[in-house]
Design a binder for this molecule. Sequence first.
Ligand code: P6P
Length: 321
Amino acid sequence: MSKIGIDLNRFILEEEAKNPNATGSLTQGLLAIENATKIIASHIRMAGLVDILGKAGKTNIQGEEVQKLDEFSNNVLIEQLSASGQFYALASEELDEPIYPEEGKNAKYVIAFDPLDGSSNIDVNVSIGTIFSIHRRIGDGEENFLQEGYKQVAAGYVIYGSSVMFIFSTGNGVNGFTYDPSVGMFLLSHPNMRIPEKGKIYSINEANSKKWVDERLVKYIETLKDEGYTSRYIGSMVADVHRTLIKGGIFGYPADKKNKNGKLRMLYEASPMAFLIEQAGGLATDGKNRILDIKPSDIHQRTPVFLGSRKEIKELLEFLN
Ligand code: P6P
């Protein structure tokens, strides 16, 4: 029987019930993420009205100190994830160092997140998103976040676009939920998401092509053009990856002479997105290595990223190696 329309909470609980060793901790952690993103979504929707679009240091109509949406999103996630007691440590794109909530001192998971990726697009009303990656706790410090991506317990993103969607995986495929504000719930709309074997879209910022470290990439993109591919680049990773997951093709942010390791971060952009794309049947590489096999050495390290359909990624690897 199709589970279309089942709410996210019930779906997560049913997933937990399938795992005899589950203690409910991951469930509570995922529900904390869900709560945080509902709060973020409601504020993004109001952003244009209550003057919190990309400004800081201003007071809003209530005379309250205005936070930029990415600072606001970061604070909401820290509050909700800490209060859940399910995370020993939190690493955020907005924080130089991880934080260790008192409530999570005995927790068995750690979480890395980008609270509002693509936030430079807020003022022009382009889709933006929250990205998260959950690992098992393995120690007392930063080593918890320096684990290979294939060890992720769960990963996902919430895209705040024409509709708000929660896309995640706990290692048993990818499922997508669409937010219904009339009932305040995420409802299953995209069960068992699979990326097409091949697409007709490439997504890369060609303005940087003269700076790309590997000129063979230019040749690869030219072959896609010769095959009739079209270009789509939004400049918001969550939006570009979401379209790639649904339509297929390839998304990339390569290394260039300015960004020697690329621009995107391993922990809370490349690794969780690679996990999702692989769970949906696609591939994700840094141009040489499988993203999920790379052991990070710094919590904010950057990496070149190419992800998408098997056909395009395999062809790219042949060009580059
Ligand atoms: P560029 C947004 O600022 C971001 O971090 C990602 O969401 C996006 O994929 C990338 O940077 C866009 O970078 O240099 O093409 O504007």
